[in-house]
Design a binder for this molecule. Structure first.
Ligand code: XMP
Length: 517
């Protein structure tokens, strides 16, 4: 693999994604690994990521100088570039002057190396305080910018490279070309990471892990759990039973859709657990988002335990228990739940940080290293229908985290209706796949005055949160056509009793997250 050494979670993930876009397998490793541990992973190349620290900050992560003696091709990016400079005896100036955002980088005119095939002057996304003043011995300076006298360098003989800017972000016009130059020219790597390889590898791994034991898989109706289930089914066939927990926090038609589409596509054995009372009971009186998430995470496990007993009884199985639980956990879930080295907990995704301590199942998480779009590609290759693979993401905690305030049956019914209208109109306008996701949120504890019919109303607002995103790590709000927004608004306020206002969320992520809780 190409190892991306993580000096700051978000950057490392994006780099890994871009490397995979170039059809080269990549893995993220913590910066605390020693050179020996890195070599033990047999890396085809190493990329040192950017990160929030200054190389001069106390306790700033270092890179061991002997890593550069190993002969492994290495690319340093931003912080990684500076750490590399420092380790190899170059000079990093402690300017404290920040260069932030789009910047023009000018190529030096000499060897193009990393910059082959890119223009002399290109826009690059920078985010740095310190800068490299003098390249280490043996390196050619390839480019500079106003704030960075040495913005890129290369030592071809040792296959060591570095850039001050972030080639992994889309705002860097030729970023992908720079990364590919490193991978192909620098490291001599071909294009062999494909969805078929992912499937093969996962199927083997799952078979090995599961042996002859029984497995259950929670289906949420979303893309991830469906793809995870299909993968496990391919690996162990009948040892798998899918469990669909109807927690009462679903959208309109959701349960029916899972029963119909998914089973039809895969022929998988399905157990439906009707557990709305359990979840609503546990959520009564709760308004804090993290508490809700933890409760939902816990009740999912309790529901699986009940299902386990039912499944074993139904199958009159002699097995005492179901040993494994499959979850459709994705890589961004892991990182955002604080699983990445040094990353802050933003929110506890129900299937990661929201799990109770006493889970007795062993977890199988075949998508744990994949990004959303990769999961879709795997699903399509496994033969799942477009209605499943192309669906907008829907969070496991469901409408429970889209009601701001206490979750009650009445509020759920109201939100379900509003959501169904919004989805219907979005689909009608042909935008349901173009818009990455559109949560519909009920502000259950806010009232505003309206005039409806001939009288005063005092109802709740509904928030539309359409977003454009690639992998849910960052997002922008979608510029929906105003006519469409108007239709959704009119219909919701006319058709959903208790709602007298519809508002549009125009916040990107960051600073907002996609969901409101
Ligand atoms: P946020 O709100 O963190 O959401 O920007 C990023 C993406 O993750 C989805 N999401 C979840 N998915 N379990 C899930 O399976 C969860 O607990 C969960 N929380 C958020 C969210 O819908 C968006 O697509």
């Amino acid at each position: 693999p190409v190892l991306v050494v993580d000096y700051g979670a978000q950057y490392a993930q994006l780099i890994a994604r871009r490397v995979r876009d170039a059809k080269v397998y990549s893995e993220i490793v913590p910066h605390t690994l020693s050179t020996e541990q890195i070599l033990a992973k047999n890396p085809a190349a190493v990329i040192l990521s950017g990160g929030p620290a200054s190389v001069y900050a106390e306790g700033a992560p270092r890179v061991q100088a002997d890593l550069f003696e190993t002969g492994v091709p290495i690319l340093g990016i931003c912080y990684g570039f500076q750490a590399m400079t420092q380790a190899l005896g170059g000079e990093v100036a402690r300017t404290g002057l920040r260069e932030y955002g789009s910047t023009v980088v000018t190529a030096d005119g000499g060897s193009r190396s990393l910059l082959a095939g890119t223009p002399d002057s290109q826009t690059a996304w920078m985010s740095h305080g310190d800068s490299v003043r003098r390249a280490p011995q043996g390196f050619d300076v390839l480019a500079s910018s106003a704030g960075a006298p040495v913005a890129a360098f290369a030592d071809e003989s040792r296959r060591l490279y570095g850039v001050q800017w972030h080639p992994e972000v889309r705002h860097s016009a030729h970023g992908q070309a720079v990364l590919e130059n490193f991978l192909r020219r620098g490291a001599g790597l071909g294009q062999d990471w494909t969805t078929s390889n992912v499937i093969e590898e996962q199927v083997d791994r799952i078979r090995e892990q599961v042996g002859s034991d029984r497995v259950i898989c929670g289906l949420s109706g979303g893309v991830d759990s469906a793809v995870a289930a299909a993968l496990v089914q391919r690996a162990v066939g009948d040892q798998l039973t899918c469990v669909f927990v109807d927690h009462g926090l679903l959208r309109e038609g959701e349960a029916e859709q899972v029963e119909r589409d998914f089973v039809a596509a895969t022929g998988v054995r399905l157990h439906v657990a009707r557990e709305a009372d359990r979840f609503l009971g546990a959520l009564a009186g709760v308004t804090d988002p993290e508490t809700k998430r933890k409760i939902i995470g816990r009740e999912f496990i309790r529901a699986f335990e009940t299902a386990e007993r039912d499944i074993l009884a139904e199958a009159s199985s002699r097995d005492e228990r179901v040993r494994f639980l499959v979850q459709g956990t994705l890589y961004p879930d892991v990182v955002e739940s604080g699983g990445g080295e040094g990353a802050a907990t933003i929110k506890s995704h129900h299937n990661v940080g929201g799990l109770p301590e006493d889970v007795e199942f062993e977890l199988i998480e075949p998508l744990r290293t994949l990004f959303k779009d990769e999961v879709r590609a795997v699903g399509a290759q496994l033969g799942l229908p477009a209605e499943i693979v192309g669906r907008q993401p829907f969070p496991g905690p469901g409408l429970g985290i889209r009601i701001i305030g206490e979750v009650t049956g009445e509020r759920l019914a109201l939100l379900r209706r509003a959501d169904a209208i919004a989805r219907e109109e979005l689909t009608g306008a042909g935008l349901d796949t173009e818009v990455w996701q559109m949560p519909v949120v009920l502000l259950a504890e806010v009232h505003s005055v309206g005039v409806q019919g001939d009288g005063r109303s005092y109802g709740h607002p509904i928030v539309l949160r359409p977003v454009a995103s690639e992998d849910a790590m960052t997002a922008d709000w979608s510029r929906l056509p105003y006519d469409l927004v108007a239709r959704i608004s009119t219909r919701i306020t006319n058709e959903v009793e208790g709602v007298n206002r519809v508002v549009l969320d125009v916040t990107s992520k960051p600073p907002g997250t996609i969901e409101w809780e």
